[in-house]
Design a protein around this ligand. Structure first.
Ligand code: HEC
Length: 140
């Protein structure tokens, strides 16, 4: 069973490397919802590192809206960080979340990073990435 899970994760990883999905508004919404549950306690609602649990952490979550990302900020790199965490820090991996949610988190983090910058810089330059309300809520 365990090896099946490992095998499946490998398949997912190679799919992920094959290419990130488009940063659709629906996917980013999904990311925002799961960010609120899983990440806000440490990172705070805007990613500035002021979540209620942050005071107790060492090292503390940095302001990932401003500071360079140690593991890179291409969608693929950030997806990997979200999936595997940062070794030796309280930033654990979230591989247990469905892949789609992790992509949502990836793009939501990029959106937080790019708040105030033109949206085109937010993610990969996917055509139609910024279409508002295109299919929000269409799929559960
Ligand atoms: C238990 C607290 C905690 C939780 C929960 C947590 N993080 Fe982190 N995160 C951290 C800490 C601490 C760091 C900073 C580590 C460092 O600077 O070495 C970090 C770093 C990061 C970074 C910067 C990575 C880099 O390459 O520099 C990102 C992005 C990030 N977290 C995203 C998330 C997301 C998305 C979630 C929710 C799925 C999440 N974190 C949940 C504590 C947490």
């Amino acid at each position: 069973m365990r090896s099946l899970i490992v095998a499946l994760s490998l398949v997912f990883c190679s799919l992920a490397l094959a290419g990130p999905p488009d940063a659709s508004p629906a996917l980013i919404e999904k990311g925002k919802a799961t960010f609120t549950i899983n990440c806000v306690p440490c990172h705070g609602a805007t990613g500035s590192g002021d979540g209620p649990a942050a005071v107790a952490l060492n090292p503390k979550p940095r302001d990932f809206t401003k500071e360079p990302l140690k593991n890179g900020e291409k969608p693929e790199e950030l997806f990997k960080t979200v999936s595997e965490g940062l070794k030796g820090t309280p930033m654990v991996g979230f591989a247990h979340l469905p892949e789609e949610e992790r992509w949502g988190l990836t793009y939501f983090v990029l959106q937080l990073r790019n708040a105030g910058k033109p949206p085109a810089a937010a993610a990969k330059p996917a055509a139609g990435a910024a279409k508002p309300g295109a299919k929000a809520g269409a799929k559960k």
